[in-house]
Design a protein around this ligand. Structure first.
Ligand code: CP
Length: 311
């Protein structure tokens, strides 16, 4: 089977069959990652540039590790320390890199739509590693993989996405993916952080009551408050946010069932998530990070297959 797309720009562009193919392929790569020798020769002839115009810990390391596990040649580019600081355009930078015979571009950028722009102008396969407040497709795929691993399926599962939905590319990619795969979704948080369009656009439940969302769900995906994307305050203080919307051990103890806690990271401990919840047995946060490598291996492997198909 093949993906229906040459690039991974967003979950919006994927079919349910594409998503299942990526998750099933990731299951095979996760098995490879349990072996003493965690490397396969699948991308031995492929050169990949990791183009990071915005900070990252998990995604950058995870892609780099996935590429190395697949035996690809990799180049790491960070905007600071590059000629982007001298005014070179994104397109000029990428065309210069591609002239050195690079096959695939993994890109994170603070501007929404930057990977879509590149895909229209260059021949290489593009993987979106997070663009502004638009999409973070590999995060949604690794979240889905982790839910499937924990609960067996996505279809029919109840997922609450909690917190700063307004500024979150993780929320948008998760919404597209969960709805395409038949999960039920509730978004919860303060009214100022929940976009007005979201209920109709995605056919999801909306609540401003965190306890109600937690009582309803099987899985709570808790999002970071993204202060760097808020031009003006959208809630009174971090302390009050934690009191009204933070996930605490006490809140979880009052529920009728044990739910799964997820977070894409980085965590603001004591704001959206208390430390004793983040580090509890209910949390699968580090499993999400572990699964990210297998999921990114699957994405790169399947897109490389499309590349040779179109050559
Ligand atoms: N989840 C995530 O994208 O983390 P980083 O910003 O550290 O890559």
């Amino acid at each position: 089977m093949q993906l229906s797309t040459r690039h991974l720009l967003g979950i919006k562009d994927l079919s349910p069959q594409d998503i299942s193919l990526i998750l099933d392929t990731a299951t095979q790569f996760k098995e490879v990652l349990q072996r003493p020798i965690k490397k396969v020769p699948s991308l031995r002839d492929v050169t990949i540039v990791n183009l990071f115009y915005e900070n990252s810990t998990r995604t950058r390391i995870s892609f780099e590790l996935a590429e190395k596990r697949l035996s690809a040649d990799t180049i790491n580019f960070t905007a600071s320390g590059s000629s982007a600081a001298k005014g070179e355009t994104l397109l000029d930078t990428v065309n210069n890199i591609l002239s050195m015979k690079v096959d695939m571009v993994v890109m994170r950028h603070s501007a929404s739509g930057a990977p879509q722009f590149l895909a229209r102008h260059i021949p290489a396969a593009i993987v979106n590693a997070g663009d502004g407040i638009n999409e973070h497709p590999t995060q949604a795929l690794l979240d889905a993989f982790s839910i499937r691993e924990k609960l067996g399926t996505l279809s029919g599962k109840k997922v609450a996405i909690i917190g700063d939905i307004m500024h979150s590319r993780v929320a948008l990619s998760n919404l597209y993916l969960l709805k395409k795969m038949g999960a039920e979704v509730t978004v919860a948080g303060p009214p100022t952080l929940l976009p007005k369009y979201i209920k109709e656009a995605f056919d999801v439940n909306v609540t401003y009551n965190i306890q109600e969302a937690l009582n309803w769900c099987d899985v709570a995906n808790v999002l970071r408050i993204q202060l760097e994307r808020q031009n003006q305050p959208l809630f009174s203080s971090l302390r009050e946010y934690n009191l009204a919307y933070g996930i605490s051990k006490k809140l979880l103890a009052g529920l009728q069932k044990e739910i799964v806690i997820m977070h894409p990271g980085p965590i603001n401990r004591g704001v959206e998530l208390d430390s004793d919840v983040a580090d509890s047995g209910q949390s699968i946060i580090l499993q999400q990070v572990e699964n990210g490598v297998a999921v990114r291996m699957a994405v790169l492997y399947l897109l490389a297959g499309k590349r040779s198909e179109s050559a």
